[in-house]
Design a protein around this ligand. Sequence first.
Ligand SMILES: [Zn+2]
Length: 388
Amino acid sequence: MEARFLSVAGGYQRLECLPLSMSFSGYITGPLLRNRLFFMVLLVSCSGAGTSVQQPDLIKGVYGNPAALWEAGYDFPGLGINAVFVRAVSLSPEFVKRARAEQVKVFVEFPVLNGKTYLQAHPEAWPITASGERAEPADWFMGICPTDTAFKSHRVRELSGILTDYSVDGIFLDYFHWHAQFETPAPILPETCFCNRCIGLFEQYGALRVPGSSTSERAAWILAEQDSLWRKWRSAVLLDWATTLKQVIQADSDSLMMGIFHCGWLPHEHKGALYKNLGIDLPALATVADVLSPMLFHQMKNRPVSWVADYMAWLGQQPWAGGISAPKFWPIVQGNDQPSKLSAASFDTVLRAALKDPSSGVMPFSAESIAGDSAKLSVLRKLYIANR
Ligand SMILES: [Zn+2]
């Protein structure tokens, strides 16, 4: 058996049901193959024979400011790229127009719970620590209290504005976690948020009363007596955000996809911080998100290149990651040279590993970091073109 590829209506379908002896070129010249109905019958026939049609919509993406590749003299089709994940700040009518002309899908990265700019004018939304103080920035990241309703309305308006101004294929939520820092080898994991609003909402959620007269007393009681319920409530807050933003996205068009970029820690790592501190409940978010994109920046996190394959193997074993209702998985891998030079060989390894089952797509971080690196671009082009 050998994988074969065929252009169909501007896209590409990959077949794995054809024996080596079957000459595809003999079929491709016939008029019937230009008939979608015949092609669908062929696909069904393949599946029915006990083999499978794999990766019919494989996402070969790039993240960041993809226009950097144009500025470097490339175009998306020439690199085999069929989807771009563009930061909201890099979005423009000119960008979308040319991306459409190059027939790539356009997904927009939408920052959600980063509060640095908003907090300057709205300090009341500051995340509060267990000692009752405003949380310090976590390295370069400053989070926010996610129960601040004015902030949530602000983000909804921003998202609606993007959807009104641009025709895109989907929105990818970024910075979607409680205040913390996980993109460094040594994570920063403060306990937040113990503002009066959060504690009050937690009391409603748990139908309980938190005793104590000061924030520090009340926080200490919560962490000592209701830690499990507290974590559950915090993850429910994020699920509510995801649900709200999905409604906004699908109000524009129910064909739009919502993805979530998330920390790639396994549940047991850092004492369960993915769930306990970041508030990420992947099985729950999988019920809302169309795509989950684990951020597998191995070198930035001081991990071996094998980490990407290990993560995908773990993901493939999760019961919530399979079945027809499961989201798609499009990991984002490291392409930049932080904290040191990333070799083209390592780039090749992580790109390929990120396409292992259950993945149906991949994107490197970031377009601008590979635009001037001919060795990495050669790796990307070779892999993407080969998987047409
Ligand atoms: Zn709060």
